[in-house]
Design a protein around this ligand. Structure first.
Ligand SMILES: [Fe+2]
Length: 326
């Protein structure tokens, strides 16, 4: 720290800072064995809308999103995660990440000069050590609404059909060994640990982010001991009140509710979890809290605190919550 009596330094050595940075979760591809029923759920009930169709995939965006899509529904024999796609902070960082993955011994493919994926630029793709297909990219086509909102900071006019999910919020995946997954996502991809449920035998779950959200990615211990599964994808709602309205709609629709509505101590999330017709768990999420400083001290829930971490209020979570993933 300089003091008033010291002169301003004239011997600054300028160094290049080019550390690649993952910026935000951008989109998720979900496999479904019931494509028509899943599409009906994601559009009519959740309120996403279709922007593109190609092969076995339908591309959807939520009302608050500026990209051409955030959700891809792809027909497949089994439900699960097709891939998760993260936007990097600068265009040249796509190649920067290729170097980092090479150094980390992770097999990867770089599609420079544009990606074969719809609306997406240069892309680095790889399967992480815990079995999840992942893409990193920077360029993505912006959604240009035919009838834009007069409120210039939002892409389209309200109301949206159904629940009107605002935007893709986060992703929750499973791993056999959460400690190893936490360290890999931290050391290799630069995710920051925000909260954890910790036992002497290791972490049960970790909540990590690359943005100022309390979590962009959660990793939970897989109760079935399998590797690389999807626990849920989550969409953000504006307020807990809209989440209660969503609960009414799920009951009206006969959508199976796995858990909630309730509140986790972890991440301060108001939640409701349902199963979409293809079998994947979907969360509607409100609340959370922002993290602004670079010096966040991870919140560790352990011992008797774990119970409150899992359920702050709203009833116990069912066994399915800990055992069913896709
Ligand atoms: Fe979640």
């Amino acid at each position: 720290m300089s003091t008033a009596t010291e002169p301003a330094t004239s011997t600054v050595e300028y160094v290049e800072v080019t550390t690649p940075r993952v910026h935000n979760l951008h989109h998720v591809e979900v496999f479904t064995p019931k494509p028509e029923e899943s599409l009906d759920f994601f559009t009519r009930v959740l309120g996403l809308h279709e922007t593109h169709r190609e092969g076995q995939s339908v591309y959807l965006r939520a009302c608050g999103e500026w990209g051409r899509y955030s959700t891809v529904l792809t027909e497949a024999a089994q439900p699960g995660l097709g891939h998760m796609a993260w936007q990097v902070a600068e265009p040249d960082q796509v190649e920067g990440w290729a170097r980092r993955l090479k150094d980390a011994g992770v097999e990867h493919k770089l599609e420079a000069g544009g990606s074969s994926a719809f609306a997406q630029g240069d892309t680095l793709s790889f399967t992480g050590p815990f079995g999840h297909r992942t893409e990193l990219f920077y360029d993505f086509e912006r959604y240009e609404p035919a009838d834009p909102s007069k409120l210039l900071s939002q892409p389209i006019k309200f109301p949206m059909p159904g629940i009107g999910a605002r935007r893709l919020d986060h992703l929750n995946i499973t791993a056999r060994n959460v400690d190893e997954a936490r360290d890999w996502y931290s050391d290799v991809l630069g995710f920051k640990l925000r909260e954890a449920a910790r036992t002497p035998e290791g972490d049960l779950g970790v909540w990590m982010s690359v943005s100022s959200q309390v979590h962009d990615l959660a990793i939970m211990r897989d109760g079935m001991g399998e590797r690389g599964r999807l626990h849920h994808i989550a969409y953000c709602l504006d307020t807990p009140e809209t989440l209660l309205r969503a609960a009414d709609m799920f009951v009206e629709e006969g959508t199976p509710i796995d858990a909630g509505p309730g509140k986790h101590g972890l991440t301060q999330a108001f939640f409701i979890y349902v199963f979409e017709p293809g079998g994947n768990r979907v969360e509607l999420f409100a609340g959370g809290y922002p993290i602004h400083g670079p010096d966040w001290k991870p919140v560790i829930w352990d011992g008797a605190n774990i119970e409150k971490a899992v359920v702050w209020y709203g009833g116990q979570l069912p066994d399915t919550f800990f055992n069913v993933a896709t």
